[in-house]
Every structure is written in structure tokens, then in C-alpha cells.
Design a binder for this molecule. Structure first.
Ligand SMILES: Cc1ncc(COP(=O)(O)O)c(C=O)c1O
Length: 356
């Protein structure tokens, strides 16, 4: 990522880096979604796009002489904060809540972070705010509401996703970029990256941006013309816990409006279906939240918002192993085979419908 240091806030020599960025952009014709490309951010060091944020934020934490890192996270941002704090040699406190996925919790703990659980989600921000105000802890995540975004140097680092996409297409940007959105940090960063390239004359337009969300907050604001995305309480918790916030941000809404973009609200059934489709057809297992852009493209194509010839890039933000629970239940039980070829073929047929 730091080969783009001239566009960032520190030099490559100063960077706290684990080799994040430069992720593959893979053509995915088998998905039946037209000209779709996957920007596979699950290949980053902690297996999510948050490593760009972690590297951007920890680099500045070090420059500023921060002594303790603090983050509130359902998992991915916390894992990145923990790993980059470890690399920087700084202690890290991460606040998480009871519903966070088990593997993500283990991941955060393994990097040696001081993980704290809270029963009431609001407490993580209250406690983090106290740590920031009283002790000068350096925040990498949001820590008060309504959210105004994560660490600004971390958000800046997301610009590099746009640079990499533009470069991969020989400076001919795609028509659409579709992202799973929680606070819209990456949405904003990607938009800013394209805008900078346009200002430099390296590209001639910024792609239209679409937000795939589970709360429906941005979709409601787009429809209702609100200045601020409303809180949008849902009936059931989503399996995409990483993007579970109930309220979008002003800057995310602004990006959608400026690019004539779209917001699509994705239900659990579509998330599960797209996780399994991506894994079985493209060999990539995304976290449930990262399946959201594919469900969004499907919807936007069906309603004619994305036109047949238009090229889309979907940001696949994190790897499936981070939260396998909700997907495991949708998979066929592997048969126990005893005997020879006859029994094996019978088992393959009954479990998987395989006829040889
Ligand atoms: C896997 C994954 N995808 C997407 C997001 C959305 O992040 P953002 O705040 O950049 O919209 C998050 C985290 O919030 C995440 O963990």
C-alpha cells in the first residue's frame, strides 16, 4: 500500500506495515452478474480491508507518539488495530460486544490485544471516550455517536483501493464500485481516491458508488431526501455482524448523492446464497458482510439501475473463516462412508446429488 505514500500522510519508511494492499482484482464471469470484478481484500494480512485503515492509523499513532491504541469493534477493525499495534510495539485496548463472532474474538486476542467485552453496545463508546479523554489513548475506530467516521488517517488509506482499481484497468475506471457499508469509511475513501485521480487528470470520471447495507439507513435517506441518515432499527440481527450499525454517516450519503449512486438493503437469505455462490463458483469464501455487494449488484441489474454493458467492481472486504457459523448451517452434512466404491458413490449421490 505504501507505494502510494505520496498520496498519503507519511513516508514509506515511516509506515507501520504488514504488507497490506495490492490485492488481486479478479474477473468473475461465472456469477451471472455481467461484467463483474472482485477486489479481493480478504488477502490482506489480517484477512480484511481494515488492514489499510490499521496501517494508516498506526503509522500516525507512532508519528504522534501515542502510547496506547483504542478501538471499538465487532471484530475486523479490532483485529487490524491489534495486529498493527503489535507490529508498532504499542499496547492496544479493544472493546467488543457479546454478539461478536467467536473466531474474530480469538483473532483479536491472539495478537495480544487487551480485549474487553461489554453487555450494552453503547458502553464500548462510553468507555473508549473516557480512555481517550482521560489518558490520551489513540482511537482508531469511532467512539461516539452519531458516527463521523473512523480514524481520518485510516480512512485516507482506503483511497489506495481506488488507485489500485484504476491502475488495474489501465486508468479506465469501472462504471460502478459496490461496497458493503457500515459507517461508509471505505466508501468515502474509495470515492476520494477516484476524485484525486480525476483532479490529476489520470482518469476522466469517478465511478458511481453503491452501498450494500443491512440496516436500510442510507436507503431510507436516499429515498426520503434526508440530510442525515436516520437510525433504522431492524426486526432481527443480521448474520453480517460486521456491518450491523443501525445508522449510516453523512459522508457516505454525500458520496452516494454526488456519484448518482444507490443504497441497497440486503436480507440474510441473500447474504447466505451469495457466500455459497462465490465459494462454489469462484473459489473465494467471503464473510457474510462481504457477500452483500453481489446481492446488491444482482438487485441493481434486475431493476435496470446498472445497465447491461456496465462494468462493476465489488469490494470483497473480509474472509469467510472469520465468521463461519451462519454459513455452516446451510451446508450439507458430510456423509460417513464405510465400505468400498459402491458405498462411496451411494453416499455422494444421497448427500450431494452426484451421479459420477
Ligand atoms: C468485513 C467488513 N466489511 C465492510 C465493513 C464496512 O465498513 P465501513 O465502515 O468502511 O463501511 C466492515 C466494518 O465495519 C467489515 O468488517
Amino acid at each position: 500500500m505504501w507505494r502510494w505514500a505520496d498520496f498519503l500522510h507519511a513516508s514509506a519508511a515511516e509506515a507501520v506495515t504488514l504488507g497490506e494492499g495490492n490485492t488481486p482484482l479478479l474477473h468473475a464471469p461465472s456469477l451471472g452478474l455481467g461484467d463483474v470484478w472482485i477486489k479481493d481484500e480478504s488477502r490482506n494480512p489480517t484477512w480484511s480491508f481494515k488492514d489499510r485503515l490499521g496501517s494508516g492509523a498506526l503509522t500516525m499513532a507512532k508519528k504522534f507518539g501515542a502510547r496506547v491504541i483504542a478501538s471499538s469493534s465487532s471484530g475486523n477493525a479490532g483485529a487490524a488495530a491489534a495486529a498493527y499495534a503489535a507490529k508498532a510495539g504499542l499496547p492496544c485496548v479493544v472493546f467488543t460486544f457479546m454478539g461478536s463472532a467467536g473466531p474474530l474474538v480469538t483473532q483479536m486476542r491472539t495478537y495480544g490485544t487487551m480485549l474487553v467485552k461489554v453487555a450494552d453496545k453503547a458502553d464500548r463508546w462510553r468507555l473508549q471516550t473516557l480512555g481517550v479523554a482521560e489518558f490520551g489513548w489513540y482511537p482508531t475506530s469511532p467512539f461516539f455517536g452519531p458516527v463521523v467516521g473512523s480514524n481520518p488517517y485510516g480512512m485516507e488509506a482506503y483511497k489506495t483501493i481506488a488507485y489500485e482499481i484504476a491502475e488495474a484497468f489501465d486508468w479506465q475506471p469501472p462504471d460502478w464500485c459496490v461496497l458493503p457499508v457500515c459507517y461508509g469509511d471505505a466508501l468515502f475513501g474509495v470515492w476520494k481516491g477516484f476524485e484525486e485521480l480525476k483532479a490529476l487528470g489520470w482518469i476522466d470520471r469517478t465511478p458511481r458508488l453503491a452501498a450494500a447495507e443491512v440496516s436500510g439507513s442510507l436507503a431510507a435517506a436516499m429515498e426520503g431526501g434526508d440530510a442525515m441518515p436516520p437510525e433504522s432499527p431492524r426486526n432481527a440481527p443480521s448474520i453480517a455482524t460486521s456491518i450491523g450499525a443501525l445508522q449510516g454517516t453523512v459522508q457516505a450519503l454525500d458520496v452516494l448523492r454526488k456519484t448518482r449512486g444507490a443504497a441497497v438493503t440486503i436480507p440474510d437469505d441473500d447474504l447466505r446464497r451469495w457466500v455459497l455462490t462465490l465459494a462454489a463458483k469462484e473459489g473465494i469464501w467471503p464473510e457474510a458482510s462481504s457477500a452483500a455487494p453481489f446481492a446488491a449488484i444482482e438487485r441493481l441489474r434486475a431493476q435496470g439501475t446498472i445497465k447491461p454493458g456496465e462494468r462493476c467492481v465489488a469490494l470483497l472486504t473480509a474472509a469467510g473463516l472469520k465468521d463461519p457459523g451462519p454459513i455452516e448451517t446451510a451446508l450439507p452434512e458430510p456423509p460417513l462412508v464405510q465400505g468400498g466404491l459402491k458405498e462411496l458413490m451411494a453416499a455422494l449421490k444421497s448427500a450431494y446429488g452426484f451421479h459420477g
